[in-house]
Ligand binder design. Structure first.
Ligand code: ADP
Ligand code: MG
Length: 658
């Protein structure tokens, strides 16, 4: 172990950033805000917090924010090892539904969403001496909120520079802010923080040869598959990193790769496939960092998480589909507005980052599955998320901190239509009153790491005495994987297996039936038993496992708030439907004579998604979890409700019920 530790120390010293350590520390000591630009893999995220810790002159904890949870957890694991300490002691992490920290923790990797959550209890972030905002170029909504908040916190904790004594000493607990990124508009960030200094860290980058396709590809999965095997059969050793838009594409390419890899002739080396996406469990993520076994080639299938957040050594070939998943908010389409993940073309700066991943260990090769013209017509960089996503939950969290989203010093102004839609949603939920003031109910909603709509459902379930059922349903709805596995090849068997979970009220209770059956199988048959059970019933074991963890955490939060999590309505569905309705007020639709459904709070006419248990039913009124937008607007996750329940909500009925 001490040999491993020495080896890690040698690796640390060889990182490009090590050469600039002293000048970095000097600049940080002199300025409130420092901006660090550096190539991916140069050592910014893992080293800068350790350097600051090793200086010994900074008090308080060091926060390092990440846009994605998988980056926060894997970086904390790595840096703990570099410090020679168990994870969760000196170095820890905090992400939604999961935390590993202790009172002695000095370096904490956390998602930017968690840092905002912490501001709800400690608006000046007094426990931190240093806050590092990493991956700032991604300009996620939460990163932008963190940046705007830090600007205000700096003014309050450090005071104005010219008011401080000549020695530079300010208030008792000053804050240092460090903004880090692989690529970004350095000047814009520097100007935002009153001309903060910008430091550049040079990476160790080898040349990368870039190839484009001559014609555009309409099936990027098939093109990726063919390109991988061309590399594998023809080219010298070196791992392959494939960029794909999302988890479903990763899973589908993984299964075709496995199929073809098992048919390779003798003499061709083995293929080790490693998926990498945001919701992958920790233990599986760790596999991408394991050394590739001799005479085999690693093929990493990743989302844009591998673009800058996570650096995987050994990659010589990159295959870039040119696609990504992007969250888009449609403020207008559904009245209430809705978020959806769309597969979109990447930006030029993403394409450059992706190809750069091939040149870390030597001359690299990047195969772009799109034409050079397509590259030239890509947008230069991404539009900030604050201008294209739902602001409801952010609005509520800021209200709790005593801020108004409208009044925050954002780097770019939020989309006004989304601001309006967020305000409307919070008002309908009774989270804010007519004069936009936060209500006590709104404050309670914000305590949960859930969308405000889901938190409202949970709180309503206390009044309807069905917390036990509702927490299970919400845990499943919050899980990142779909509950039912894809089974296009065995549709009849799947439908038959699923039929036993059916419930006349619809999909929410059916989800509960799955969860209940799973809980029972776990008790009666143990771990080995439930694996087979999931397979036979075409339900996704990962979704259930994840939901199980989320349920545990939600119960913990309820306990902390004095809420009894064991209130059960047994087999009576009405209390559950009433609770669901409390949060899904904007997701109510009434049956039309032609069998479609008209939104009560919006202009759209929707159909029930074919995957729903209610798809072939005609129910006078429905509630749904989400809309998916394909050839039609489909409502997914649907339950039937009585119209009379709806009259309990004056805000809804006052607007339009007929
Ligand atoms: P940057 O933030 O500048 O992109 P990082 O600090 O994330 O760079 O990474 C520095 C180096 O540390 C990487 O090039 C990689 O080799 C190594 N590294 C980072 N995380 C891990 C990990 N979980 N396992 C193994 N090596 C890692
Ligand atoms: Mg980094």
């Amino acid at each position: 172990d001490s040999k491993d530790f020495r080896c890690l120390q040698e690796q640390r010293e060889q990182l490009p950033i090590a050469r600039g350590r002293e000048s970095l520390m000097r600049s940080i000591a002199l300025h409130d805000v420092t901006i660090i630009l550096g190539e991916t893999g140069s050592g910014k995220t893992t080293q800068v917090p350790q350097y600051l810790l090793e200086e010994g002159s900074y008090h308080g904890q060091i926060a390092v924010t990440q846009p994605r949870r998988v980056a926060a957890t894997s970086l904390a694991t790595r840096v703990s090892a570099e410090q020679g300490q168990p994870l969760g002691t000196l170095v820890g992490y905090s992400v939604r539904f999961d935390e590993r920290v202790s009172p002695g923790t000095r370096i904490k990797y956390l998602t930017d969403g968690m840092l905002i959550r912490e501001m709800m209890n400690d608006s000046l972030l007094t426990r931190y001496g240093i806050v590092i905002v990493d991956e700032a170029h991604e300009r996620t909504l939460r990163t932008d909120i963190v940046l705007a908040s830090l600007k205000q916190i700096l003014a309050r904790r450090n005071g104005r520079r010219d008011e401080r004594t000549a020695k530079g000493k300010g208030k008792a607990n000053p804050l240092k802010v460090i903004v880090m990124s692989a690529t970004m508009d350095a000047e814009k960030f520097s100007n935002f923080f009153e001309k903060a200094p910008v430091l550049y860290v040079k990476g160790r980058q080898h040349p990368v040869s870039i190839f484009h396709t001559s014609t555009s590809q309409n099936d990027y999965l098939d093109a990726a598959l063919r390109t991988f095997f061309q590399i594998h059969v023809d080219r010298p050793p070196g791992d392959v990193l494939v960029f794909l838009p999302g988890q479903d594409d990763i899973e589908s390419l993984e299964s075709s790769l496995r199929l073809y890899a098992s048919q390779l002739p003798h003499g061709v080396s083995d293929v080790v496939i490693c998926p990498l996406y945001a919701s992958l469990p920790n233990a599986q993520q760790a596999k991408v960092f394991l050394p590739t076994p001799p005479s085999s080639r690693k093929c990493i299938l990743a989302t844009n998480i591998a673009e800058t957040s996570i650096t995987i050594p050994g990659v010589r070939y990159v295959i870039d589909t040119g696609k990504q998943k992007e969250k888009r908010h449609f403020a207008r389409i559904a009245g209430s507005g809705f978020d959806t993940l769309l597969t979109t073309d990447i930006t030029k700066s993403s394409a450059v980052q992706r190809s750069g991943r091939a040149g870390r260990d030597g001359h690299g090769y990047c195969f772009r599955l799109y034409t050079e013209d397509a590259f030239n017509s890509m947008a230069v960089s991404a539009e900030p998320e604050v201008q294209r996503s739902s602001l409801t939950s952010a609005f509520l969290q800021l209200k709790v901190i005593g801020q108004d989203l409208d009044a925050m010093p954002f780097m770019d102004r939020p989309d006004q239509e989304s601001v309006g839609s967020a305000l409307r949603t919070l008002w309908l939920l009774d989270a804010i009153d007519n004069s936009r003031h936060l209500t006590d109910f709104g404050r309670s909603l914000a305590m949960f790491p859930l969308e405000p709509q889901y938190a409202a459902i949970l709180l309503a379930s206390v009044n309807h005495s069905c917390t036990s059922e509702v927490i299970s349903i919400l845990a499943l709805l919050s899980s990142s994987a779909p509950l039912f596995t894809d089974s296009s090849s065995q549709r009849d068997a799947a439908n038959e297996a699923r039929a036993k979970f059916r419930h006349p009220s619809g999909d929410h209770w059916a989800m509960l039936n799955v969860f209940r059956a799973y809980d029972e199988v776990r008790v009666t048959e143990g771990k080995s038993g439930y694996k087979g059970w999931c397979k036979r019933n075409f339900v996704n074991q990962r979704a259930l496992r994840e939901a199980g963890d989320i349920r545990t955490q939600l119960r913990g939060i309820c306990d902390g708030m004095g809420i009894d999590c064991n209130l059960s309505c047994g087999n009576e569905e009405v209390p559950v439907l009433r609770s669901l309705l409390r949060g899904l007020l904007q997701q109510v639709a009434f049956l039309q004579p032609d069998g479609s459904y008209k939104q009560v709070m919006g202009p759209s006419v929707v159909k029930i998604h074919p995957s729903s248990f209610l798809a072939d039913k005609r129910s006078p009124a429905i509630i749904y979890n989400e809309l998916v937008y394909t050839t039609n607007i489909y409502a997914r996750g649907v339950s039937a409700v009585y119209k009379s329940f709806i009259s309990e909500f004056p805000k809804l009925t006052g607007i339009r019920v007929s």
